[in-house]
Structures are given as structure tokens and as C-alpha cells.
Design a protein. Structure first.
Length: 361
């Protein structure tokens, strides 16, 4: 039996923090190992977010006032929900460009079907939005996994279909949010906005499922190397379908949340969430090649990007500058997490403790 923290087959017990006899590892090296992978991504974006708020306090103090933060958090939560879905897709080695279509169609379906404002109508409208999203995501996943179509092509095509459906259903007109829906989503729970509560709950649930369950570990293994998964007798199809379906439902959840806090949401609300969702995933440290990811880091990155927008708006910068900042952050995130260093050198990959092999029934 090995002691806690000792790798199987290791020569001696070690916590991975202090120096170990025979290997010459320093405390600093142990800390780098401890902060590898998911933890490193969450810590890095967490530090960046703290620095951003400090900069905001200097350049535009009004952007970090209590009222400003209270107004910012619901929108950060909505982006976080979208980013969680995008994280799942990226963990399968894909990227989902259908975010605008799913998000916008969900907004339109809810505002149109629930126009009467009755609880029954609102429930059916929300259920319809989730069902449509799940089907759209499943189709995208099937096209990617079974027909071997590139994720960018498959989801771009799905997005075009959904945008067309959005305009057909809405007839080009935005509708007001039903009072019953805004009363619920626009409220607070123990002083915390409902949108924020939903984002936190989803982050915890998805994080636990992916990290701590056998299904989640297989999900990551399939995303990291589908060929090895097939050789091990694992069918990648259902995991890819699951990733795209759950992601699409999360986009729909985000659309419903936005509908609940905006009086008259536009029919193209989803357009502003595509780039930030991808940027949040990348800046959070999830590899674009698939495999491991962190929904917690994606949530923190969502707060980061939302505050960037608020700071830019407070400073009077045009919307184009906000997009430019997001694109720049995306590029920096890719460079940082790919191990790039000035001078053309790449950072050596972090070493993590080996994990127990995944058992397949």
C-alpha cells in the first residue's frame, strides 16, 4: 500500500511539495507541479482577474463600485453558462460556432410562446427552448462524430439553420419578456442574483461529473485521444453527442437567463457570446486539442471578460475596441497555455501525478 500522495510504483513517499531524497526536486518545482493542469489555469485567470479589478479601480473607479459590480455579475454569469458548454465541446477536441443560433432562437422561442405570461406557458416555452437546443446539439455531435465533418463546418452550418429559424419564428420583431419570467430570474436568492446562483450550481455540477465520476473520466480520455479510446473498446459517439447536446442546452439556459433580465431582448442577442465564450475557455486553460479542462477557470474567465467590457464602456471605448481586446486576450491565452515563451522557446509541459486507469465495464 502506498501512502497518500505517493504515485504507484514510486520509490518513496512524497507530498510533491518539499524536496524528495534522490530526485533533487526543490520546493519551487513541487509547487509548479502542484499548480499544473487545471489548477494552474484557474489560478492564472484568477490572478489576472484580480489585477484587472485593481486596474479598473485606478482607471475608472465607478466601474468597480458596489452598484456596478451588482449590475455586471448577472451578465458574467450568463457568459459563464455559455463558456461551460463551450468547455465541454472543446474537451472533445471541437469548437462550437452554433452559440449565436442556439442562444438567439431560445430567446425568441421563450418570448413568443410565453407571451401570455401564465406559469404554464412559461414552463412550456422554456422546455421547448431546451428541447430544440438538445436536438440541435445532438445533430451537430452526430455530424462531427459519425460523418467525420470538421466541428467548425458542422456547427457553422447548424448555426446558419438556427439563425434562419430565429428570423422565421420571430418574424423579425423582438418581443417583451413575460413578467412572470422576469420576476423569477430577475430576483435574488439570499441576496445573490438568481443568474449567479444558476451559474455557480452548473459549474459545481458539471465540474463534479467530469472530474469525479467514471463517466467524466472516460469523457476526458475520449477527448484526449479518440483512437486510443476506440482501441480500449470505448465508443466515442455517445460522448461527442453528449458534449454537443449538453453544451447546446447550456446555451439555451443562458438565453433564458438573459431573457429574464432584459425587458425586450433582441433577436440577435447570441451574436455577442461566441468570441467571449471561446476566449473564456482558452484563457481558462482548456486545451483546444481536447482532454482536460476546467469549468471553474472558464467561469472566472467569464467574469474577467465581462469586467473588461464594463471597463471599456466606462472609459468610453467603442464596441470595436472591446472586440479587439477580447481577440487579443484570446491570442495571449493560446500563447500562454501552449507553452510559448519570448525568444522562441516553449515551456516544458507540466508533470502531473499518474492517475488510476479508467475501468470500462
Amino acid at each position: 500500500m502506498t501512502s497518500h500522495g505517493q504515485s504507484a510504483g514510486g520509490p518513496a513517499p512524497s507530498t510533491g511539495i518539499g524536496p524528495t531524497p534522490g530526485n533533487g526536486r526543490s520546493t519551487a518545482g513541487g509547487l509548479r507541479t502542484a499548480l499544473s493542469g487545471r489548477a494552474r489555469g484557474a489560478v492564472a485567470i484568477g490572478i489576472a482577474t484580480v489585477v484587472l479589478f485593481l486596474i479598473s479601480a485606478v482607471l475608472a473607479p465607478q466601474s468597480v463600485s458596489g452598484g456596478a459590480i451588482s449590475a455586471m455579475l448577472p451578465f458574467a454569469a450568463i457568459l459563464a453558462v455559455v463558456a461551460i458548454g463551450q468547455t465541454l465541446v472543446v474537451q472533445q477536441g471541437g469548437i462550437d460556432l452554433s452559440v449565436p443560433g442556439v442562444f438567439s432562437l431560445s430567446v425568441v422561442v421563450v418570448t413568443k410562446l410565453a407571451s401570455s405570461g401564465t406559469p404554464g406557458a412559461i414552463f412550456l416555452a422554456v422546455a421547448a427552448a431546451f428541447l430544440i437546443a438538445a436536438v440541435a446539439g445532438a445533430v451537430s455531435g452526430f455530424v462531427v462524430a459519425r460523418l467525420n465533418v470538421a466541428p467548425i463546418v458542422a456547427t457553422l452550418g447548424m448555426n446558419a439553420l438556427l439563425i434562419g429559424a430565429t428570423w422565421a419564428v420571430s418574424e423579425g420583431a423582438a418581443r417583451r419578456t413575460p413578467t412572470g419570467l422576469s420576476d423569477v430570474i430577475g430576483s435574488t436568492l439570499l441576496g445573490v442574483p438568481v443568474t449567479v446562483v444558476v451559474a455557480i450550481v452548473l459549474t459545481v455540477v458539471v465540474g463534479v461529473v467530469v472530474r469525479l465520476t467514471p463517466t467524466g473520466r472516460i469523457f476526458e480520455a475520449v477527448g484526449a485521444n479518440p483512437r486510443v479510446a476506440v482501441a480500449a473498446g470505448i465508443a466515442p459517439l455517445r460522448y461527442t453527442l453528449g458534449a454537443y447536446s449538453v453544451a447546446a442546452v447550456l446555451y439555451a439556459v443562458a438565453g433564458v437567463l438573459l431573457t429574464g433580465i432584459v425587458n425586450t431582448p433582441g433577436i440577435s442577442e447570441g451574436n455577442t457570446y461566441l468570441l467571449p465564450s471561446v476566449a473564456a475557455v482558452v484563457l481558462g486553460g482548456t486545451s483546444l486539442l481536447g482532454g482536460k479542462g476546467s469549468v471553474l477557470a472558464s467561469l472566472i474567465a467569464a467574469v474577467f471578460f465581462t469586467q473588461v467590457d464594463r471597463l471599456a464602456s466606462t472609459l468610453g471605448l467603442a464596441y470595436g475596441w472591446q472586440i479587439l481586446i477580447q481577440a487579443l486576450a484570446l491570442g495571449l491565452g493560446v500563447a500562454f497555455h501552449s507553452g510559448f515563451r519570448p525568444g522562441g522557446k516553449r515551456r516544458a509541459p507540466a508533470v502531473e501525478e499518474p492517475r488510476k486507469p479508467v475501468e470500462v465495464a
